[in-house]
Design a protein around this ligand. Structure first.
Ligand code: NAG
Ligand code: NAG
Ligand code: NAG
Ligand code: NAG
Ligand code: NAG
Ligand code: NAG
Length: 500
């Protein structure tokens, strides 16, 4: 279990300019709650509405305590995780008792708490609305939404005459439902439909301006979050998630940190705790992270933190253009490029081409197709710890839905080459490095993970030339587990007609 504070120097990579915020900028207090979800033990068996409510009220009881506790600590907004009220692993039929029809807040102005009779069958919405009202905070939660449709006139309408959406709902501090977001990128969720149209949802708070909304698997795709970022310049996001950790590259806090850092946004990430693999929540600004990763996974965790406002209209001349400066990584001699034999090893289902690190210092290169990764390194610590530099370019398998360009320096799980790419979370070797790759995409998420899930950060990162992205880090306080430049080639995904 770790709750740590990380200070980062910040550069934004995707935009030609970065953010510099003055010390006296406005702030607000945000909370995220990592919830140890109480599950329906037989989620694939249909149950009546009454039984579904009994189940959901157990989770809502916990939410109620946490919302009150957050409010006591001054929180103005709280985010609860995806699947936190109902759980997961349902079928299309078995989730029916859990569904409520969430009206579109762009059309209907409604406070479920104070106008409870207006729409039937909305007990969960009512409880959430009352929590927001009673505690005077903005509240974000996730629930299953049912929208009836006519399969004769709507070509996307499912044969059973209703859409079932994985849905985020947002309430203002007076209990009004102010935003509804239907998750676009589903992850093996047979109970849910993909929304027929791509939604770009934001909401506005009086204390921090605009926030965008997205959920879980969405974080790996262009739509809807990158669109919001680029198109509406929203710089604050709420992110309910139910993320299964996967080292070496995609542990929850690891990627949340990289995402916020690389895009220059605030991310309020609330993860579920469940099935032994889900944990990892945090409040991330481009500069700081307050986060939680619970190895035991036995109890929930409320994080509360003061956060600078990142809404450009609300930042008093806080935004300044900032040119990336390249400072050569001077303390490492680049030495002679060595080309040890490559080997292939599977990392998170992709076949990476690796080269091992040999000696205490070196200069290595490994390529996969047109992606070449370069590493200059100097290591200290136990010599028996094996590290390797890997390159992968291609469609991530077996899902085959997203295209990657990845340069990764990883600590292998053992001393054999075949253990490179297998997740491990501890390391004793301190590695000073400069990692660089020839990417075709502009969307690179740099990440540095230390031993025992300690989030670290690059000293520096950015474009060295049009196609060469680099990061450097030296003098880490913990052993290095993973250093990665995780590139996403969004333009190869294809969304059809759903999104503009
Ligand atoms: C969902 O249920 C199936 C079968 O009942 C089980 O094998 C699987 O592990 C469950 N998934 C999760 C995420 O718990
Ligand atoms: C259309 O939906 C209704 C229920 O609303 C269902 O009874 C009917 O079978 C559906 N028709 C088709 C063609 O799927
Ligand atoms: C409730 O909050 C919303 C959003 O902040 C605001 O637009 C609305 O005027 C408020 N309603 C009342 C009755 O105060
Ligand atoms: C914003 O979105 C519209 C389409 O909805 C698109 O035409 C426009 O180019 C986008 N602008 C930016 C800056 O991405
Ligand atoms: C990865 O390599 C193994 C062994 O060489 C091969 O069997 C497998 O098909 C490869 N997987 C992919 C996705 O290319
Ligand atoms: C990683 O190494 C440890 C210690 O040798 C071992 O117990 C574990 O099974 C390995 N993990 C995998 C996935 O092989």
């Amino acid at each position: 279990m770790a709750v740590l504070i990380l200070t980062t120097a910040f550069v934004a990579f995707f935009l030609s300019e970065g953010l510099v915020v003055k010390a006296e900028v406005a702030t607000y207090i945000a909370a995220v709650y990592e919830h140890h979800v109480i599950l329906n033990p037989e989620p694939r068996v249909p149950i009546e509405r009454e039984a579904a409510l009994v189940h959901m009220n157990k989770n809502l009881d916990v939410f109620e305590e946490q919302a009150a506790s957050a409010a006591k600590q001054g929180a103005q907004i709280i985010v609860f995780p995806e699947d936190g009220i109902h759980g997961y692993n349902f079928t299309r039929i078995s989730i029916v008792g859990y569904l409520e029809t969430v009206p579109d807040p762009r059309v209907v102005t409604w406070s479920p708490c104070t106008e409870s009779d207006r729409f039937p069958n909305t007990e969960v919405l009512q409880r959430l609305s009352c929590m927001a009202l009673k505690n005077h905070l903005f509240l974000v939660a996730n629930m299953p939404d049912r929208q009836d449709c006519d399969n004769l006139t709507d070509p996307h309408c499912p044969p059973d005459g209703r859409y079932q959406f994985n849905t985020d709902v947002v309430f203002s501090d007076n209990g009004t439902l102010i935003a509804r977001y239907h998750k676009l990128n589903l992850f093996h969720e047979e109970e849910y439909d993909t929304p027929p149209e791509c939604e770009h949802i934001t909401f506005t708070t009086p204390f921090a301006g605009k926030f965008g909304v997205f959920t879980c698997f969405d974080i790996l795709f262009y739509e809807p979050v990158m669109f919001l970022l680029k198109n509406t310049s929203v710089k604050q996001f709420v992110f309910p998630t139910a993320w299964m950790n996967k080292l070496p590259l995609l542990a929850a806090v690891q990627f949340q940190r990289s995402f916020s850092y690389a895009t220059g946004i605030t991310l309020l990430a609330a993860n579920l705790q469940g099935n032994g693999r889900m944990t990892g929540s945090g409040i991330y600004t481009p500069w700081h992270a307050v986060y939680h990763h619970d190895k035991e996974g036995k109890s929930g965790k409320l994080l509360v933190s003061k956060v600078p406002v990142l809404d450009p209209p609300m930042m008093e001349d806080g935004e300044e253009s900032y040119k990336l400066k390249l400072v050569p990584f001077s303390r490492l001699s680049r030495g002679v490029l060595s080309e040890p034999p490559t080997f292939i090893s599977n990392m998170m289902n992709d076949n990476f081409t690796f080269v091992p690190l040999q000696g205490v210092e070196g200069n290595l290169k490994v390529c996969d197709g047109s992606l070449c990764c370069h590493l200059w390194f100097r290591r200290s610590g136990p010599e028996e710890e094996l590290y390797a530099l890997g390159a992968f370019q291609g469609l991530h398998a077996p899902l085959g839905t997203y295209y990657l360009e990845v340069c990764a320096l990883v600590k292998c799980n053992g001393t054999k080459y075949g253990s490179c790419g297998v997740g491990t979370d501890h390391a004793q070797t301190v590695v000073d490095f400069r990692l660089q790759g020839t990417f075709s995409t502009q969307y690179i998420y740099p990440g540095v993970l230390g031993s025992e899930m300690t989030l670290d950060r690059p000293d520096e990162s950015g474009w060295e030339s049009k196609s060469e992205f680099y990061m450097t880090r030296k003098g880490m306080a913990t052993g290095l587990v993973t250093a990665v430049l995780y590139g996403r080639v969004y333009e190869k995904d294809g969304y059809g007609k759903r999104c503009p």
